[in-house]
Write a protein that binds this ligand. Structure first.
Ligand code: MIC
Ligand code: SF4
Length: 638
């Protein structure tokens, strides 16, 4: 029997392990992607590995998150990244060139290849037939150093698409429909592979929207076949030579099959405060909106923007509503300008923002107190928009514009016939904001401003962990809860001591102070701990503050890897503890070397409970060394 496309790409890149779902495998990585909020650390870690140049066939360093320069910090980071890219052989996508995933799809993605990105939405390029996976910066640094990328071999689920989307229904609604059915944790350990007759009805940017937001289901990745539509897209980007046809073999075996009739999908929205809380737009119609934001790596392609512009043409955004538009790339922005679509948006009263993540990561445009913001983005975690009591909804560009114009959440199907948007046969290709690595690199000076602080160093795993339970939290704690982002905090991403003051600040502002006072700390949580972003700061900073273990009912994939990479012991248990209890674990090293569980003693209550060690052999070695950097450095010395 033939294989799925996912299995084929895995097979083509397999370095070690058996490609059986649940087993640890390691893959050769062809391309890497970093962005400025994760990239400074990734490059500092790459430097710490002592290599002269990136070994991946292509590494691209993007600047798209920290583009608001309210002080020197972000500008210093950009300069560091630009000089480090030149020095170590990476391409540098300058600020203003666009959001990493959008630009990568346009200019670099290649069907059948692997991409590892220090950003959780790296799977976007799965829309073009890549196996694209998000990871922590250290894993990406290791891939740049030529190390294979370890992961648990995913189960492959076929989503068999049939039919075609009804008028006013878009790719965003397709992924929201899957989130509605399956929620935010179902995808753990899975890749969604799309197939069936409905695929051909979706353009590459539409596929990319679907692949992008698969991250919110906890998926390892999402993969679309590479077909005539893919060829069309690549040819329009002047990259026809990168195309090759790729699809699952006829009769391929899948671990599970889901049917989805595109014709039955209707306009949907995620309601506060989770991308998994999905309702039909019909159900929530009438809710007043204060702000509408169009953009982000989910919905900022030319097609999305042209649709929005056509809907805005000749109309005006009413008083009381702020509409922002952030095109996904400079290519998109220039084409909007060239076609007059930008003018239609400006005339309608839209606030045109930079081609960057912007409001999606809280870099400006925080909604008013208690306000409602409807966004075409992918995450609506509490506080992420920058206003603690704002209510954020996620929907398609069509729903967003219909709602902006009405001042209330509105089903666009009320608006008669949708505009016809045709993608061009040729995109405007101008890569002048992408700096290729120079041929002579040895003399290039990597410039580190005062905001770029040395990486903290950590000790090997101790044999006994005794510490205070600093925090007991519930299910679905996000990395935005652990290490908030936003305009005020993001500039500290390369300054761990300063950043650490903000750990868990939204849940408990006293956390950092108490952690520092406790010496050794333990965090206790429910299921899906660490969902959301790939930011390794959510592991590195707690470790810096003395957190030695996290006890949770379950962990999100990337965050679990990050905890291990920074030497924090991830223990799986439903822990019967309270904040302030003292926990003690003896024989930690031996248990981590070979046992499946450890006994945790609650010294305060005189009780004990068992916690599982769900770790691969490699993860055990990393933990024993006190983190991945220690392990790789030790290995290189040996
Ligand atoms: C996000 O959407 O949360 C981010 C910002 O893009 C993160 C990366 C980061 O925290 O730098 C992600 O998704 O990985
Ligand atoms: Fe940027 Fe938002 Fe996409 Fe993250 S989800 S990469 S912050 S646009």
């Amino acid at each position: 029997m033939g294989t799925s496309l996912t299995a084929r790409i895995i097979g083509d890149h397999l370095v070690s392990g058996r490609p059986v779902p649940g087993e640890e495998i390691a893959l050769r990585i062809d391309q890497t992607l970093t962005q400025d909020a994760t990239g400074t650390l990734a490059f500092l870690q790459f430097e710490a590995l002592g290599l002269d140049r990136t070994r991946a066939s292509l590494s691209v360093s993007y600047v798209d998150h920290n583009t608001l320069q309210t002080g020197f910090e972000n500008a210093d980071d950009h300069r560091y990244l630009e000089t480090a890219a030149a020095r170590y052989g990476a391409f540098f996508s300058r600020p203003g060139n666009g959001i990493c995933h959008q630009v990568h799809l346009e200019r670099f993605a290649v069907p059948g290849r692997t991409l590892l990105g220090a950003d959780s939405h790296t799977p976007t390029c799965g829309g073009l037939g890549m196996l694209a996976v998000g990871a922590g910066g250290l894993d990406v640094a290791a891939a740049m150093a030529g190390e294979p990328f370890p992961l648990v071999c995913p189960a492959v689920v076929l989503v068999r698409l049939s039919g075609r989307l009804a008028p006013w229904v878009s790719a965003k609604d397709v992924i929201l429909e899957l989130l509605r059915r399956h929620g935010v944790t179902w995808g753990r350990g899975k890749v969604l592979e799309y197939g069936g007759p409905g695929v051909a009805a979706l353009s590459v940017p539409e596929r990319a929207t679907i692949a992008n937001m698969g991250t919110e289901m906890g998926l390892t990745s999402s993969v679309f076949p590479s077909d005539a539509r893919t060829r069309e897209f690549l040819a329009a980007q002047g990259r026809g030579r990168s195309w090759r046809p790729l699809a699952a073999a006829a009769g391929a075996r899948f671990d599970e099959v889901i049917e989805l009739d595109l014709g039955r999908v209707e306009p949907l929205a995620a309601v506060p405060h989770s991308p998994g809380s999905v309702r039909t737009v019909r159900e929530i119609e009438g809710t007043r909106v204060d702000q509408v934001c169009i953009g982000s790596c989910t919905n900022s392609s030319l097609g999305d923007m042209l649709e929005a512009a056509a809907m805005l043409e000749g109309r005006a955004v009413p008083a009381g509503v702020s509409l922002t538009v952030s095109p996904g790339s400079r290519q998109v922005l220039r084409m909007l300008a060239a076609r007059g679509a930008l003018e239609a948006m400006i005339a309608a009263g839209a606030r045109i923002l930079e081609t960057a993540c912007g409001p999606c990561i809280g870099m400006g445009q925080a909604p008013p107190s208690g306000g409602v913001s409807l966004r075409t983005f992918n995450r609506n975690f509490p506080g992420r928009a920058g206003t603690p009591d704002a209510r954020v909804y996620l929907a398609s560009p069509a729903v967003a514009v219909a709602s902006a114009l009405a001042g209330r959440i509105t089903d666009p199907r009320r608006l008669g016939r949708p505009p016809r948007v045709r993608l061009p046969r040729r995109f405007l290709v101008d890569d002048r904001l992408v700096v290729p690595p120079p041929r002579r690199r040895a003399r290039i000076r990597v410039v580190k401003g005062p905001n770029i602080r040395p990486l903290p160093r950590f000790r090997a795993l101790p044999d006994r962990i005794e510490g205070e339970v600093l925090l007991v939290c519930g299910d679905d704690v996000t990395t935005d809860d652990i290490m908030p982002a936003g305009a005020g905090i993001l500039p500290l991403r390369s300054n761990i001591p300063a950043l650490s003051a903000h750990a868990f600040a939204r849940i408990d502002p006293t956390f950092a102070r108490r952690a520092a006072g406790a010496g050794t700390g333990i965090v206790v949580a429910g299921g899906n701990y660490g969902q959301g972003s790939s930011r390794e700061h959510a592991a590195l900073v707690p470790r810096f503050l003395g957190v030695a273990a996290v006890v949770a009912r379950s962990f999100a994939r990337i965050h679990m890897a990050n905890l291990v990479n920074f030497g924090i012991l991830p223990l799986t248990a439903d822990a019967p503890v309270r904040k302030g209890d003292r926990l003690r674990i003896r024989g930690v090293r031996e248990a981590v070397s070979s046992a499946e569980s450890v006994v945790v003693r609650n010294v305060t209550r005189g009780e004990e409970f068992a916690a599982a060690l769900r770790l691969s052999g490699r993860e055990r070695r990393i933990l024993l060394a006190g983190g991945l950097l220690n392990l790789i450095r030790g290995g290189r010395k040996a």
